[in-house]
Design a protein around this ligand. Structure first.
Ligand SMILES: [Zn+2]
Ligand SMILES: [Zn+2]
Length: 272
């Protein structure tokens, strides 16, 4: 429990640890944009096996999600506008729009910088549905964020990553629990601000880096050795690349893999 400014005690997610709840990160897909067999990189934060937040919605991510959970996600966070992370939003729109119980009910979190990008990429098509009467964003509850956002009683930090044009790609972290970098070059300064020694840090990485993505040598050079054990690498080019990275001592996510997490830390008063 924490005390609010009015003195009222509210239950936080941190209390779930006391109730013995199980937190995990379900990685739906682990592939780079051209690694179709591995699925588009996407993940779901779970508590006791129940989905809390889906991260990214690439071409096949919603199908993977529906196969796993049998219903639309309650909330989705979008890291950036590349199609391997947003191409499933049209499919999600249709599923939400034509289900009166879910229309406008799926929370869609995105950094404010991404709104014009998403508008151009997925929303600005004449006639969201053939029958008319539908505006694309009415299918969701679009929530623009900057430093982070509340979901339930948890505060999720949002942080800028290094991927193509500055200010167009943003990772997410739940203190004490996990961080998901989204696509990025190494960002030790950003992770130092949002991560602690307990968190699982899911990080963009393939065997060889490039100007937009991290390679395993970048990881070895840019991050302190004690952080390596916290890393879970994803967004790689092939199963062979994954095996080679394991051979260098790193944990590498597999499609449909579930990874245990520590319970979120108590929410800090300055959050929000
Ligand atoms: Zn990507
Ligand atoms: Zn990208």
């Amino acid at each position: 429990m924490i005390e609010t400014r009015t003195g009222a005690a509210v239950e936080t997610w941190a209390d779930a640890r006391l109730a013995g709840r199980v937190w995990s990160l379900h990685v739906l897909g682990t592939g780079a944009a051209d690694a179709v067999d591995l699925g588009a990189s996407s993940a779901v934060l779970e508590c006791d096996g129940k989905p809390i937040l889906m991260i990214d919605c690439g071409p096949d991510a919603l199908e993977h999600y529906l196969h796993a959970y049998g219903a639309l996600p309650p909330a989705v966070y979008i890291t950036h506008g590349h199609m391997d992370h947003v191409a499933g939003l049209e499919r999600l729109f249709h599923a939400a729009w034509f289900d009166p119980a879910r229309r406008g009910g799926v929370k869609l979190f995105a950094h404010a910088n991404l709104i014009p990008i998403l508008q151009a990429r997925v929303a600005d098509y004449p006639g969201a549905v053939a029958e008319g009467g539908a505006n694309f964003w009415e299918g969701f509850r679009l929530i623009a964020v900057s430093r982070g956002f509340w979901l339930g009683d948890g505060w999720f930090d949002v942080f800028a990553t290094r991927h193509h044009v500055p200010g167009t790609s943003f990772g997410i972290a739940l203190r004490g629990c996990f961080a998901w970098t989204g696509d990025t070059r190494p960002i030790p300064e950003a992770l130092a601000a949002v991560a602690d020694e307990r968190m699982l840090i899911a990080h963009d990485c393939s065997l060889v880096g490039n100007p937009s993505h991290t390679g395993v040598e970048d990881i070895e050079r840019e991050y302190p050795a004690q952080l390596h054990a916290q890393l879970l690498l994803y967004h790689y080019g092939s199963a062979a690349d994954a095996q080679a990275m394991r051979g260098r001592g790193f944990k590498v996510a597999v499609p449909d893999g579930r990874y245990p997490l520590c319970a979120p830390s108590p929410v800090r008063a300055e959050a929000g």
